[in-house]
Structures are given as structure tokens and as C-alpha cells.
Design a protein around this ligand. Structure first.
Ligand code: PLP
Length: 419
């Protein structure tokens, strides 16, 4: 029998995870990996996948209507991000936006010799791997700013770095995708600006979850992604503050005012705009509801089980994310039990499940390899139904008890190897 994914009070057939012998709705608690497309986002996109297919660069009336739809979407994304529409450049996702900025910063900062650039040790791989690659190419001297046990940026190390000679730029993640930690972007940005260093912020997990006011915090560049906020995959945005140099990665037909060539992903962009409009409408209410559900979930686990530690609980966290270590269990073993019961969550970020190493985010926070491997990330969304919380906590409690019961001091932790 097929599984169903709960969309608020409605059940929706989820064929991808369909399994025999169960009619339990899938509890999708992996929204930091990606979110389901909202109904109204899908409805807004549909015409641009069918009838309104014209190339927005063409010069006939129907094509100009397509261009207008892109510009409307730009307005919606800009409004949600506290920016002006002219500062938003649509991309194929945040990874492209991040690559564009970091490569651009490196190029702009280079005056004959490689300059210094830094991101944060807990940043997403899109930033970390780009910076390391620039280092391998000899374009920059890369550095990674440490964090404390809560995952908060070490402000002293940040300040020391930006005051060094020849710093081309710094980058940080506003809301961490694994722990939900919210960094003090305004202060870190002010500190870098005092030293004349430009700042890029990966705002992927912030937009649509917390108020984002780019003009207010004063960052120079920011990257966003539609699929983390009930929009489609394969579309994102790069914010370039008015007056800042535009780092161009893709050359060609001159789309996006020559800032990012390539025929626009019109349906994707329209979907991003619709998702931004939806997020702006429900931001406060959704954050309150998610916080209540998340806190109740954590409370139930802590009441029922020993050896449960909420990571980054001592710092400001975004309302939808809970990263929890379960002493004596491996995350992989827990997931193996949870998935057949219809609960989907993650061990580390979705992008790195192929990576056999413990989460670089958690180890950078000081967790041991074994502790990091015992952490599950649960991430809910505005679409998470109220009654999922009770069910989800029950399933996790049962799974932890089961894993612990089959272990002894002789067997050691249950290890799972996926083929
Ligand atoms: N930055 C963060 C914090 C993310 O969570 C992700 C996606 O997992 C990305 C960047 C990459 O975004 P995209 O999938 O749009 O390339």
C-alpha cells in the first residue's frame, strides 16, 4: 500500500517512499534537506511550464508577459530578504550563488598575489569546498573560523582575521543547516566592515524562517535557495548590495542584466517568487507554531529517555530544527528503524549522506566522532501537521530503546553499513 505524506490536515500520496503493508502517513521531518512544494507555488508555476513557455528575452507581447512574471518574482524575493529588486540575481541555486561570490571575491581581492579569505568551520560544503578549491588553485589562502561548543562563531578569531593584511572577503552561514544555530550576522558584518572587508552570508536556512533584513544588517553579498522554503529545486538567488562589484561567473547571452547568463528558469523563478510571498505572509505565525512543536518534541524525548542531548540548545536556534544526540546509539541504526515506520529525518545534512565521515559541523563544535555519529537532525516546516509531533516522538523513543536493548558492553554500538 502506498504511503501518504501529510500536508497540514490533508494526506497526499507519496509514491517515492511507498512501501508494502503500511498505511501510516510519512512523517517528513527532513525539511532542512528540502521542502515539499506548496500548492499555491505549484499553481503559480504551472502556466510557465505549459502555455507561457516563451523566451523572456524575446520581443513579442506574450514574451514580455513572461519577463514581467520574472520581475514580479524578483520583487517578492527582494521584499522577503529586505533588499531592492535590482539587487537580486536569479541563479540555479545557492551552490551557484556561493561559487559566484567566493570566486568573485577572490578575483577582486587579488592584486598579484593570493589574498586571504575565510569562511566558518561549520559552513555548508558549498562554501567550504569552494574556498578549499580556490586554495588549491592558489588564488587565495583559505582559513576557517572556529566556533564554540554551541556552534557560535568565535568573534575574537573573526576579528583577528579581518584585521590582517590583504583580506579579500569573509563568508558565514546565517542559520546552520544541521543545528539551526543563528549567527549574529549584524555584529560580525560590522566588525568586518570596520576593517574594510566585504562579507558574504549564506542565507539559505534563514530566508522564510527568520526575519531577514539585508539592508539592515549591511551584508555585501547573500545566497538563497527556493527549495528550502516550499519552492522548487534548481533555483536560487544571489544578493549583491547596491554599489558592490558584481562577481560574474557565467558569461553568454547577457540575461539578468549581464550578471548571470543563461536562459532563465522561468517556472522556477516564478515558483521562488510565490514561495517568498507565502513565507512573508506566514513567517511569524509559522515560526511560533514550529517552535511550539519542536520544543514539545524535545521535551518528550528528554522526559522519556536518558542520554539525550539537544545540540546548540544554549544558543539562539531557528524554530524548526532539532539536532539531538542519543548516547549509545548510532544515527544510522536509528534511521534504519525509523524509515520503515514512516519517519524520515537525517544524520547530518542530506548533501553529505554519501560521506562516511562524522558531521564536520558537530566535530567543529567539539563533539567526538562517536558523539557526532549519534546525532539525528529533525527539521519540520510550516506544513508539519500538529499531530505528527506525538507520533514522531513515540517512534523515536521506541527506536532508541530498541537499539539500546540489543547492545551490551560486549557487542558495542550497533553499526549499520548501507551497500
Ligand atoms: N547552504 C546551505 C546552508 C544549505 O543548507 C544548502 C542546501 O543544502 C546549500 C547552501 C546549497 O543550496 P542548493 O541546494 O540551492 O544549491
Amino acid at each position: 500500500m502506498a504511503r501518504f505524506f501529510r500536508r497540514g490536515s490533508r494526506d497526499v500520496r507519496l509514491t517515492r517512499h511507498g512501501g508494502a503493508g503500511s498505511n501510516i502517513g510519512v512523517i517528513y521531518w527532513d525539511n532542512n534537506a528540502t521542502t515539499p512544494i506548496a500548492d499555491e507555488v505549484f499553481a503559480a508555476m504551472e502556466p510557465y511550464l505549459r502555455d507561457c513557455f516563451m523566451n523572456p528575452s524575446a520581443d513579442y507581447v506574450s514574451a514580455r508577459a513572461v519577463r514581467r512574471a520574472i520581475e514580479e518574482a524578483r520583487e517578492h524575493v527582494a521584499r522577503l530578504a529586505g533588499a531592492s529588486a535590482g539587487e537580486i540575481v536569479f541563479t540555479s541555486g545557492a551552490t551557484e550563488a556561493i561559487n559566484t561570490v567566493l570566486r568573485g571575491m577572490a578575483r577582486m581581492g587579488t592584486a598579484g598575489s593570493a589574498s586571504h579569505m575565510m569562511c566558518v568551520a561549520t559552513d555548508h560544503d558549498a562554501s567550504l569546498h569552494t574556498l578549499r578549491q580556490l586554495g588549491r588553485e592558489g588564488v587565495v589562502l583559505p582559513a576557517e573560523c572556529p566556533v564554540d561548543r554551541q556552534g557560535v562563531v568565535d568573534c575574537d578569531a573573526w576579528a583577528r582575521f579581518v584585521r590582517e593584511e590583504d583580506v579579500a572577503g569573509v563568508s558565514l552561514t546565517w542559520v546552520n543547516n544541521e543545528t539551526g544555530v543563528v549567527q549574529d550576522v549584524a555584529s560580525l558584518c560590522a566588525c568586518a566592515h570596520e576593517a574594510g572587508v566585504p562579507v558574504h552570508v549564506d542565507g539559505v536556512q534563514a530566508l522564510g524562517k527568520i526575519p531577514v533584513d539585508l539592508h539592515g544588517v549591511g551584508v555585501d553579498y547573500a545566497s538563497f535557495s527556493a527549495h528550502k522554503m516550499h519552492g522548487p529545486k534548481g533555483v536560487g538567488a544571489l544578493y549583491v548590495k547596491s554599489g558592490c562589484r558584481m562577481p560574474v561567473l557565467l558569461f553568454g547571452g547577457g540575461q539578468e542584466d549581464g550578471r548571470r547568463s543563461g536562459t532563465e528558469n522561468v517556472a522556477g523563478i516564478v515558483g521562488f517568487g510565490a514561495a517568498a510571498e507565502l513565507a512573508a505572509r506566514q513567517l511569524d505565525e509559522a515560526a511560533c507554531r514550529m517552535r511550539r512543536l519542536r520544543d514539545a518534541f524535545e521535551g518528550r524525548l528528554q522526559a522519556a529517555l536518558d542520554g539525550v542531548e539537544i545540540q546548540s540548545a544554549g544558543s539562539e536556534r531557528v524554530s524548526n530544527t532539532s539536532n539531538i544526540s542519543f548516547a549509545g546509539c548510532t544515527a544510522q541504526a536509528l534511521m534504519l528503524l525509523l524509515e520503515p515506520l514512516g519517519m524520515l529525518c537525517s544524520a547530518g545534512s542530506a548533501c553529505s549522506t554519501a560521506n562516511p565521515h562524522a558531521s564536520h559541523v558537530l566535530t567543529a563544535m567539539g563533539l567526538s566522532d562517536a558523539e557526532a555519529r549519534s546525532c539525528l537532525r529533525f527539521s519540520i516546516s510550516s506544513m508539519t501537521a500538529e499531530d505528527e509531533m506525538e507520533h514522531a516522538s513515540g517512534l523515536v523513543i521506541e527506536a532508541v530503546r530498541k537499539v539500546r536493548s540489543v547492545q551490551s558492553s560486549k557487542t558495542g554500538p550497533v553499526m549499520v553499513f548501507r551497500p
